[in-house]
Ligand binder design. Structure first.
Ligand code: ADP
Length: 691
């Protein structure tokens, strides 16, 4: 609070006209006029006080236009002593501020310079507007008698008169200067040339002294709706409602004084028809010509604003989604060591789940180091892997067990590089899922062992039945009645079927316990071997094989051969009346090999596409011309998935195509054991190739 001002505070309704009046007088921010300085010096002498001031109140501060005995040029407005209560008073005298409840605690009273006495008269314009005050102050209490009060009032009137005549002089100067502007604008227009005229932005030039617009390009004229001559009657302030001369002059002063090369601000720009639009204005001073000119470049900021608003909404939406997400999501920036290598990461943002996972409030999470959040990762391969993610910009997903004494379990970690060289981690606690998986694995293993055991145990009695049946046949010799012979034939057939079923079961059970060491496998050779083995059955069949130039893949040749034996065997078995046509074609994708096996057999309805891969699932009743156990495709699928591959029936074939087409996809490299992905029965049991 400064006891040197008698005008209204911000709540005062008459504020706006008062500020306009200030602008008219152009006193704010201008260099202290020697004439005002003389008046305050005179006031101090005549009234025998150490301090005298002319103060003007602008929007946010008190401006001490002329001062005697006080170095302070301006004070924040909320220091101002005045209140609307005082506005009506002609003269305010405070003989001892320490005795005045309103002032005793004010900083300039309670602290340095320890002001005690105050007398002030408002400066009132002929229109009745109060724009500031003339005041005298002292560091000790004093009386202020009637003659002194009269003197102070008269001096205040002199200040107002002087301000008035300065404003009039300025207006006159402008008028004269305008006379030469037509010529000036032509000159300047030529200098700025066609670029100026044809620019899509609004550009106008205005006189650095009078602020009158001297030229405006087509963009400005069209957008504002003014003709060139009309614009020349205006100043930028006429186009920017709400910008006061004082604050505008301050901006311009920064350019005039060379403190800034350009200034940028956003203000509504008013068109001739009264409508306005948000505009981004860049101002520069051009003092290269005869007359210094300001160049204003104006861009319509409507789109920018809409974009900012939409962006704000989108960000808010993303933020709320991230916050609601159950997985811990956090973004990091890399921290480098002396050698310029990434040594750690610093958390920039973390969602609620991440904060919960680490038991940290947002304030502590932000700024935390990654290796402090996950100390158990120190000395493991993971930090190096995350570095690679940032450098190679290749996302990864891993499942890792974790223990640091405080926390242990299993976590799924997805890491991706962000646009600015940072890292985003999405981490899910999969401890429970892992427990279920392990329980399932244990029960599957037990089941495999049981099935294997049963199948193995069954082989002996089945073999015995077959053996006893043929023994019986031999004992009876030729005496067997035909019916009994037929029955014995059925027994032999059934036993053989049972034996095949049991050995398939055994195969299946063995497959479940199989461990293989992947070796490079050339699929073309494998398929050729399978075809040779059934050459006799193929007979007249038309076989077309195109699998050249395919790279080897990691896998187990014996198992993979079984895949193609099954598929080729099925093509032979499920042939139609037409001679068999079998096409086997291989294709290389960036990460896998795809083998297409297409036949012209009886075909499979699309609705059975999934079921045919189930164990013991057959599409043919017993006694159909197509014998089988319904295990071939199930075994095939298990083997393919053990190689991290996929097999499917292609149901998207043209309606005219008969037969069926199977697709086997095998990756060019096997996933590391423990990597994320759908659980396949053998996954985790096949070891990756040795590096
Ligand atoms: P199986 O041949 O012993 O019945 P699979 O598991 O090999 O058992 O096949 C499952 C079912 O898929 C078969 O019963 C058959 O209906 C169908 N199938 C498999 N391959 C073909 C094929 N190439 N053409 C038509 N149907 C097929």
């Amino acid at each position: 609070m400064c006891p040197c001002n008698l005008v209204a505070d911000a709540e005062e309704p008459a504020e706006s006209p008062r500020l306009d009046a200030l602008d008219d007088y152009e006193s704010l921010d201008s260099q202290a006029d020697a004439r005002f300085e003389r008046i305050v010096g005179l006031a101090a002498d005549l009234l025998d006080v150490p301090i005298a001031l002319v103060s003007l109140l602008e929007e946010d501060r008190l401006w001490l236009t002329a001062r005697f005995g006080l170095a302070l040029p301006r004070t924040p407005r909320d220091w101002a002593f005045c209140s609307s209560r005082l506005l009506g008073e002609e003269l305010l005298v405070v003989e001892d501020a320490t005795l005045d409840a309103r002032l005793a605690g004010a900083p300039l009273v309670a602290g340095a310079p320890g002001l005690r006495f105050y007398a002030g008269v408002p400066l009132v314009t002929p229109q009745g507007r109060r724009i500031g005050a003339l005041c005298v102050l002292d560091r000790r209490p004093r009386r202020f008698a009637a003659p002194q009060r009269r003197l102070l009032r008269r001096l205040a009137s002199t200040v107002v008169d002087l301000t008035e005549s300065l404003a009039t002089a300025r207006a006159l100067e402008r008028k004269e200067r305008r006379l030469s502007l037509a010529e000036l604008s032509q000159m300047e227009q030529i200098r700025y040339g066609r670029i100026f005229e044809n620019s899509l932005n609004e550009i106008y030039l205005f006189d650095a002294l009078t602020l009158r617009i001297v030229a405006a390009n087509r963009g400005a004229r069209e957008n504002l709706g003014y003709g060139e001559p009309e614009l020349r009657d205006l100043t930028p302030l006429d186009l920017m409602p709400g910008v006061g001369l004082a604050s505008f002059e301050r901006l311009l002063d920064a350019l005039r004084g060379g403190r800034r090369r350009s200034v940028l601000f956003e203000r509504p720009q008013r068109r001739k028809d009264g409508t306005s639009y948000p505009a981004e204005v860049t101002l520069e001073l051009d003092s290269s010509g005869d007359w210094p000119l300001f160049v204003a470049l104006v861009q319509d900021a409507t789109e920018k604003r809409t974009y900012r608003r939409d962006l704000g909404r989108a960000l808010e939406l993303t933020r709320s989604i991230l916050e609601a997400c159950q997985e811990a999501i956090a973004s990091f920036r890399p921290l480098y060591d002396d050698k310029g290598e990434i040594a750690d990461f610093e958390c920039l943002q973390a969602n609620a789940a991440a904060r919960r996972m680490h038991g940290l409030p947002a304030g502590e999470m932000v700024g935390a180091r990654l290796l402090d959040l996950w100390p158990g990762w120190r000395g493991t391969r993971l930090p190096g892997l995350l570095r690679e993610v940032v450098l190679q910009r290749e996302p990864v997903t891993l499942e890792r067990s974790y223990a640091d004494g405080r926390r242990d379990g299993w976590f799924r970690i997805s890491a991706a590089a962000t646009g600015e060289g940072g890292l985003t981690l999405v981490i899910a606690d999969i401890g429970e899922q892992k427990q279920h998986e392990r329980a399932l694995q244990r029960s599957n293993q037990a089941l495999d062992q049981f099935a294997g055991g049963v199948a193995h145990d069954l082989q002996t009695p089945i073999g015995q039945i077959a053996g006893f049946t043929s023994l019986l046949e031999r004992h009876l010799g030729t005496d067997i009645p035909p019916k009994a012979r037929a029955t014995m034939g059925y027994i032999a057939q059934a036993t053989e079927n049972m034996s095949r079923l049991v050995s398939s079961l055994l195969d299946f059970a063995r497959l479940g316990r199989l461990t293989f060491d992947p070796q490079p496998v050339a699929l073309r050779q494998l398929v050729e071997q399978c075809l040779e083995e059934v050459a006799g059955e193929l007979g007249e069949a038309k076989v077309s094989l195109s699998m050249s130039d395919l790279p080897e893949i990691p896998g187990n040749a014996t198992l993979l051969k079984q895949v193609f034996q099954n598929l080729i065997g099925n093509a032979l078995k499920y042939r139609s009346a037409a001679p068999l046509a079998l096409t086997i074609h291989g294709e290389l994708t960036p990460s896998s090999l795809r083998i297409f096996l297409e036949d012209n057999g009886i075909g499979i309805e699309a609705r059975h596409a999934e079921r045919i891969f189930e164990v013991f699932r057959r599409l043919h009743a017993d006694g159909s011309p197509y014998p089988g156990l319904g295990m071939g495709l199930a075994l095939t699928k298990t083997i393919v998935e053990a190689h991290d591959g996929r097999i499917w029936l292609d149901t998207a074939r043209p309606a005219t195509a008969s037969g069926s087409r199977f697709v086997v996809e095998l990756p060019l490299s096997l996933r590391e054991s423990g990597a994320a992905g759908p659980a396949a029965p053998l996954r985790g049991r096949c070891r990756p190739p040795a590096a």
